[in-house]
Design a protein around this ligand. Structure first.
Ligand code: SF4
Ligand code: SF4
Length: 374
């Protein structure tokens, strides 16, 4: 049976922006949100040990697990690279996550933030084998990955790990064909392999809610007979693609939850005209300075400092154009260290710029990256 058959509705409660930062001061509001979410017919909760410094898991234990029957909710938790250094630490970490949540089993364990670099660490530590053993012991019902890289990297991981049941991808109308994210390309890999997707960042960390004025003008011109909010349009864009089984939203209060529930209660696909309208917003983002990196990686092979150039330019885009998402966290936890240079380590040799087909001023852009994230 597919894990999708165990979920209800297509909206997922992303627990990384909880009221009160996941602390006990936010529990009453969180309880209201949990109850409203379940009452509206949804059951998918997404957390990670790294969210709110561990408080996301304990908030779920207090506000969900202790108050509702286990079979009434579906919990996804993650094995995150920053929580372990050696293979010998993995099993104890996974058991600690069960304890923090107060459950005997997870519904989904996701290998967190997989990209070409982090994947190597997971491989060296046999992390996928540890996840399989965790599942065989009945401690998770399903295993998947959350993914931040290009379709060819995704193909490789799925070839090497056919046991993967779900892929969490970044998918929103801004990143739809963005070279650094390639939402559509990753979606198509999963669809072809019949692996259901979980969508993260459908609102680009809130960047598609409070739009720049020029982008809002475009949205206001899109036919919108249901009166969907900016967030609602973005959620429905992701839900318009049928292999996106779950669309996560990091809801922070009851008002956001009510809006998200209203938009996703009966998620009819957007019309072509609506999708084309949202597509025009990408032109606005370009005018705002989005770096046109296509993530071809031609620049990275020769870099003596092993700097993850396209991924860092993606962080810059997140900050410049969208004023949000979590680029600082991603930069520090997935892009640097273990032999990979920081932006400030660039020695200005220029090899990358000679290789770049887009003729991007990579050295200048890395200075901006360094100022923002180092
Ligand atoms: S200029 Fe900097 S980023 Fe480019 S190849 Fe040289 S060290 Fe790497
Ligand atoms: S070569 Fe240019 S376009 Fe390609 S990934 Fe590097 S910076 Fe981006």
């Amino acid at each position: 049976m597919s894990w999708v058959d165990e979920t209800r509705g297509r909206l997922g409660f992303g627990c990384m922006r909880l009221p009160g930062g996941g602390g006990s001061a936010g529990y009453r509001e969180m309880e209201r949100m949990v109850d409203a979410f379940l009452a509206a017919g949804f059951n998918y909760f997404d957390t990670a040990h790294v969210y709110h410094g561990g408080k996301s898991e304990t908030a779920l234990r207090e506000c969900l697990v202790k108050r509702h029957p286990r079979e009434s909710f579906f919990i996804a938790d993650k094995l995150s690279t920053e929580n372990w250094r050696r293979e010998g630490e993995i099993d104890a970490l996974l058991d600690a996550e069960l304890d923090a949540l107060g459950v005997d089993y997870l519904d989904m364990l996701l290998m967190h933030a997989q990209n070409a670099s982090t994947y190597e660490k997971y491989q060296r530590a046999h992390a996928y084998e540890h996840a399989a053993a965790f599942k065989a012991a009945g401690k998770t019902r399903h295993v998947g990955i959350s993914f931040h890289d290009t379709p060819d990297v995704l193909e490789r991981i799925l070839d090497e790990h056919p046991e993967i049941e779900a892929v969490q991808i970044q998918f929103n109308y801004a990143d739809f064909e963005n070279g650094a994210v390639q939402s559509l390309g990753c979606y198509e890999v999963c669809e072809r392999r019949k692996i259901p997707c979980i969508v993260m960042e459908p609102l680009k960390g809130g960047g598609l809610v409070n739009l720049p004025a020029a982008a809002q003008d475009v949205v206001d011109g899109i036919p919108n007979p249901e009166g969907l909010s900016n967030a609602g349009l973005a959620l429905r864009f992701a839900a318009s693609y049928p292999n996106n089984a779950i669309v996560l939203s990091g809801m922070g209060d009851s008002a956001q939850m009510a809006d998200n529930i209203a938009s996703m209660r009966d998620p009819e696909p957007l019309t072509d005209e609506q999708k084309e309208g949202l597509g025009r917003i990408r032109d606005v983002f370009r005018e705002l300075g989005m770096v046109e990196c296509t993530s071809c990686h031609y620049c990275t092979d020769g870099c003596p400092k092993q700097i993850m150039i396209p991924e860092m330019l993606g962080c810059l885009n997140s900050q410049r154009v969208f004023g949000g998402w979590n680029p600082g966290w991603y930069y520090s936890n997935s892009l640097v260290g273990e032999g990979r240079g920081r932006a400030r380590d660039c020695i200005g040799c220029g090899l990358c710029e000679r290789a770049c087909p887009q003729k991007l001023p990579i050295r200048d852009l890395l200075e901006e990256v360094s100022a923002a994230f180092d």
